[in-house]
Design a protein around this ligand. Structure first.
Ligand code: TYD
Length: 134
């Protein structure tokens, strides 16, 4: 399967009476080498995060706790993914406009990215994003 395809990735789940365990490793469950992890938390009700695309960055988004929706727009169609399992990651390739909404109380979003933070890789203007798709 192409690494450039939006998709949900099932992560390993080690069931245990003492509590479950999941994981991902570079270039195994995650289809890239991880350069950065960041997380979004304490999101007030009704807030929206994101609202941008990346020129080259690829990422995996996981709802480690609680739930939220990730709305993806490839310039042609929009798709909404409701994430609410700590063992499912949403792979988002480069060049996809995305925002996150409907955060539940105490939700925790973990994002693994293939690059360090770089403002220059962001497209924050939707019209510019659409133009870049032509
Ligand atoms: P941003 O990616 O714009 O957040 P969102 O997409 O949810 O609106 O990041 C918010 C701020 O945090 C922005 O000033 C850049 C900074 N930031 C970093 O310094 N390092 C990071 O790894 C990330 C993701 C953001």
């Amino acid at each position: 399967m192409s690494t450039d395809q939006i998709r949900l990735i099932q992560l390993p789940k080690i069931l245990d009476e003492r509590g479950n365990l999941s994981f991902f490793e570079n270039e195994q469950q995650v289809p890239f080498k991880i350069a950065r992890l960041y997380w979004i938390y304490d999101v007030p009700g009704g807030e929206i995060r994101g609202g941008h695309a990346y020129k080259t960055l690829r990422e995996l988004i996981i709802a480690l706790s609680g739930s939220f929706d990730v709305v993806l727009d490839d310039g042609k169609k929009k798709q909404t993914f409701s994430l609410n399992r700590s063992y499912v990651g949403l792979y988002v390739p480069q060049g996809v406009w995305r925002h996150m909404e409907n955060f539940s109380t105490n939700s925790l979003a973990l994002i693994a990215a293939d690059q360090p933070y770089s403002e220059g890789d962001y497209i924050r203007d939707y019209e510019e994003f659409i133009s870049s798709k032509k």
